[in-house]
Design a binder for this molecule. Sequence first.
Ligand code: ATP
Ligand code: MG
Length: 260
Amino acid sequence: MCEVITIANQKGGVGKTTTAVNLAASLAVAEKRVLLIDIDPQANATTGMGFNRSDYEYNIYHVLTGRKKLSDIVLKTDIPTLFLAPSNLGLVGIEQELSDRGKEQKLILKNKIKEVLSDYDFIIIDSPPALGSITINALGASDSVIIPIQCEFYALEGLALILNTVKVIKKTINPKLNIKGFLPTMYSSQNNLAKETVANLRQHFKQKLFTSKGNSDDLVIIPRNVKLAESPSFGKPVILYDIKSPGSIAYQNLAHSILG
Ligand code: ATP
Ligand code: MG
């Protein structure tokens, strides 16, 4: 059975793409067949995986507008069981195009994903920092959502917005959608605000935090780590750039927590 997981938070720069790329790569290295779908016009997951515009003719825009099947645009990556459905800036116009098409527009991605479900163990979707038609399509197509939370002041502010969006999607187009978990990102142990953020998450959402080794006190927390910031410029997930770095180990722990 394929599990479809969207990485979402309408806040910008909280670690969505870093999480999507590195979770997908870590699951693939654990020998799962994984499709990473980039559905953000910024195309950061696509470039972070080492692809630029001249490397592919079609992208997720052509899928969402009905011109291509998902399997037509999928690219192979350096990890044999990891595949990428790329995006590019051309996707920018899609919000308007989709909203012109009525109710069906919310389920386009779901219907496209249906055709490839049997090819993968996991589909990981990287969404843009907004709660418009693109993110609604991603959530409509998913079993669950992971919400990265940057460990900083105001971290939990705005959380109500995404939680409410999940609730509405669940009630309307996708009753099976659940919150897989909140993932603290860019944690620095010297920073008291980071510690406070994690303490707050523990207090309010303990059941929805990822844990390592079945130990409920051993939370999966993504550290602030320069290797995670550098690896996209080499077009690689961190596991291929520095497998033993703290960032790489944290995303492998996340993958193992999900694999159980
Ligand atoms: P957007 O909302 O624009 O799509 P995002 O939520 O996808 O942003 P990322 O692109 O993953 O966020 O991260 C924002 C920036 O922070 C990037 O430059 C990334 O390399 C860096 N970054 C993310 N996670 C970490 C980390 N754990 N340690 C150090 N740098 C990080
Ligand atoms: Mg991003």
